[in-house]
Design a protein around this ligand. Sequence first.
Ligand SMILES: *[C@@H]1O[C@H](CO)[C@@H](O)[C@H](O)[C@H]1NC(C)=O
Ligand SMILES: *[C@@H]1O[C@H](CO)[C@@H](O)[C@H](O)[C@H]1NC(C)=O
Length: 135
Amino acid sequence: MSALTIFVILVIMTTSHVHCRGGHMSGKKITVQVENDLQVDTVLVLHCRSSNNDLGEKTLHSGQYENWTFNGNPSSTTLYSCDIKWNNKQQNFTVYESTKDEATCTSKCYRGISAEGIYFFNEFKNTWEKRYSLN
Ligand SMILES: *[C@@H]1O[C@H](CO)[C@@H](O)[C@H](O)[C@H]1NC(C)=O
Ligand SMILES: *[C@@H]1O[C@H](CO)[C@@H](O)[C@H](O)[C@H]1NC(C)=O
């Protein structure tokens, strides 16, 4: 075997070992929090779910929030959507999508629903970004 072959085998062994260790680590805890930032006295009815976790319907007065925590699973796609109702209006939006949001938050996946739209907190940049408009 040439030195290059041995080197390549060593690199493969090292990287697969790291990959293996990563796979044994339990996923990071992700916390998503949704706050009613609509005008005072505007009641928001929030119903969020993923394919295997239904959080049920929650009534949030302005300033109130709901949060929940789950294990971020790096090998599968986690997707939570929420149905929101306020002032006889209704909308459904994606509140957490691992493919997109792993890069923006872990323990502080905060979302604010305001008259200007639905804002997502970027924990790593410490900024709020508008992701959706309200219908
Ligand atoms: C989740 O909400 C509870 C109150 O309902 C609060 O005490 C807690 O700090 C919140 N968790 C996070 C991670 O913000
Ligand atoms: C939002 O809409 C999607 C696609 O129609 C649906 O699969 C999902 O269950 C809805 N979410 C809620 C919380 O109603």
